[in-house]
Design a protein around this ligand. Structure first.
Ligand code: ADP
Length: 361
C-alpha cells in the first residue's frame, strides 16, 4: 500500500490534461509511442546510448532520457524527470527482464498503466499455473523431478529468457545428458541446471493470442495473434535429418521476431472465452483484475485442444505485428487501431471520465 500512496501523491501533482506516455526504449516502445502520438500525448523514452539510433530514426519520442542501463529508471533524478513531465509509464517485457518485482513495486514511484498487484502472479510459474487453472484453461502437465519424466518434456529455466537455453528430453537419462551438454556449451550454468522446470511438450502449433482488458468499457477485446520466430528451433528444419543427427543438434528457442496469424474462425470463440475467464479470475485474485494488454502463450494440437503454457499481463512484443494494420481491431474499430494506440485511448478515456485511479497504479 506504500506504493499506492506514493502513486496517488504523484498523480495529485499531475496536470492530467498534459500527460506524457513514457517507457524504456526497447521491446514494444515504438508501438507504444506511435499509439500515444496518435492519441495526442507527448512521449518520453528512457533509452540506452547504443539504441538512440532507433528512436532518432523513427522520431516518435518527444524526449529521450539517456541512461547507461535500464535499472537507472529507478534513480531519483530519472524518476523526478518523468514525474515533472506528468509521465504515465507503460511497462513491457524489458521492465520485467531488467527490474525485479520488488524494485517495480517499491522503488519505481511513477504512475504506471496496469495493475501492479498482478506482477507477483506473473513472476512465479506456480502462481501463474494457479491463475490459469482457476480460469479453467488446459495446461501442459508439470513434472516435479527428472525421475518422473514419462513423455517428451520441455526443460525451462527460471525467469523469462525468451526460451534461451531451453531443451527437450524424453527420459530421466536424456534429461541429465542434455543438461550436462547445455552446461558444457555455455548455454546454461550449473545454478540454472538445478532450477529447471519440466513441462510436458505439447505437440502442436504455437499461437499467442493478444487481448486488451478495458476497464473503461468493461470488456476484454480480442486484439490479434502471433507466433514467434525462434532460433534455433525454426532453423533446424532447413537441415536434412541425417545432418541434424551428425552434428548432434539440440533446439533452442531464442525469439528473433514475430509473425502475424489469423486463426481459423472456429477457434476464436474458445480463445475469446479463455481471455474472459483469465480476466474474471484476475479480478478475484487482484481487483480490478488485468488493466490493459495481456497475452496467452498456447499450443494447439491436431484435435483442436488449446494448451496454455504462460501468461503475460502486459503488452507483448507480438503485438508489434499489428502496428498500423491488424485484422481483429480493424473488425471492431476500423483502420489504424493497434495495441499501443489502444493503451493511449484507454488512458485518454480515463482522464475524460475522471477515472485515472482505476488504471494507474
Ligand atoms: P519464455 O518465457 O522464456 O519466453 P516460453 O515459456 O515462452 O519461454 O517458451 C519458449 C518457447 O518454447 C515457446 O515460444 C514455444 O515455442 C516453446 N514452448 C514452451 N513451452 C512449451 C510446451 N509446453 N510445449 C511446446 N512448446 C513449448
Amino acid at each position: 500500500m506504500v506504493r499506492a500512496k506514493a502513486i496517488q501523491r504523484a498523480l495529485s501533482g499531475y496536470d492530467l490534461k498534459n500527460l506524457s506516455i513514457g517507457t524504456l526504449g526497447s521491446h514494444s516502445a515504438l508501438n507504444i509511442f506511435k499509439g500515444a502520438k496518435e492519441e495526442g500525448f507527448r512521449t518520453v523514452c528512457v533509452c540506452k546510448k547504443g539504441d538512440r539510433i532507433l528512436y532518432e530514426r523513427f522520431p516518435l519520442a518527444d524526449e529521450i532520457i539517456q541512461v547507461e542501463s535500464f535499472t537507472e529508471i529507478l534513480d531519483d533524478d530519472v524518476q523526478e524527470k518523468l514525474r515533472e513531465r506528468n509521465t504515465v509509464l507503460v511497462p513491457h517485457g524489458s521492465f520485467t527482464a531488467y527490474l525485479s518485482v520488488e524494485q517495480m513495486v517499491n522503488s519505481l514511484n511513477v504512475p504506471t498503466f496496469g495493475n501492479c498487484e498482478l506482477l507477483s502472479w506473473e513472476a512465479s510459474r506456480e502462481k501463474q499455473n494457479e491463475w490459469l487453472l482457476r480460469a479453467g484453461l488446459k495446461l501442459p502437465k508439470v513434472f516435479e523431478k527428472p525421475e518422473d519424466i514419462d513423455r517428451l518434456v520441455i526443460a525451462k529455466l527460471p525467469g523469462a529468457r525468451g526460451g534461451k537455453g531451453y531443451f527437450l528430453a524424453d527420459s530421466q537419462k536424456s534429461f541429465h545428458r542434455k543438461a550436462r551438454e547445455m552446461v558444457s556449451r555455455g548455454l546454461i550454468d550449473e545454478r540454472d541446471a538445478s532450477q529447471i522446470h519440466l513441462q510436458e511438450y505439447v505437440l502442436g502449433v504455437n499461437a499467442y493470442p493478444h487481448y486488451f482488458s478495458s476497464i473503461m468499457n468493461s470488456e476484454v477485446e480480442f486484439f490479434g495473434v502471433d507466433k514467434r520466430y525462434e532460433t534455433t528451433v525454426d532453423a533446424i528444419g532447413r537441415i536434412p535429418a541425417s545432418e541434424q543427427l551428425e552434428i548432434g543438434l539440440s533446439s533452442t528457442y531464442t525469439v528473433i521476431g514475430n509473425i502475424p496469424i489469423t486463426l481459423r474462425e472456429s477457434i476464436l470463440p474458445e480463445m475469446i472465452r479463455m481471455g474472459d475467464n483469465v480476466m474474471k479470475t484476475s479480478r478475484e485474485i487482484a481487483p480490478p483484475g488485468i488493466v490493459g494488454p495481456f497475452c496467452l502463450e498456447t499450443a494447439i494440437t491436431d484435435n483442436m485442444e488449446i494448451y496454455t503454457f504462460e501468461i503475460s499481463a502486459r503488452i507483448v512484443a507480438g503485438t508489434n505485428v499489428g502496428i498500423g494494420t491488424s485484422p481483429y481491431p480493424y473488425l471492431k474499430y476500423g483502420e489504424n487501431m493497434y495495441m499501443g494506440r489502444r493503451i493511449a485511448l484507454e488512458i485518454r478515456e480515463a482522464v475524460r471520465q475522471g477515472r485515472t485511479k482505476e488504471i494507474l497504479t
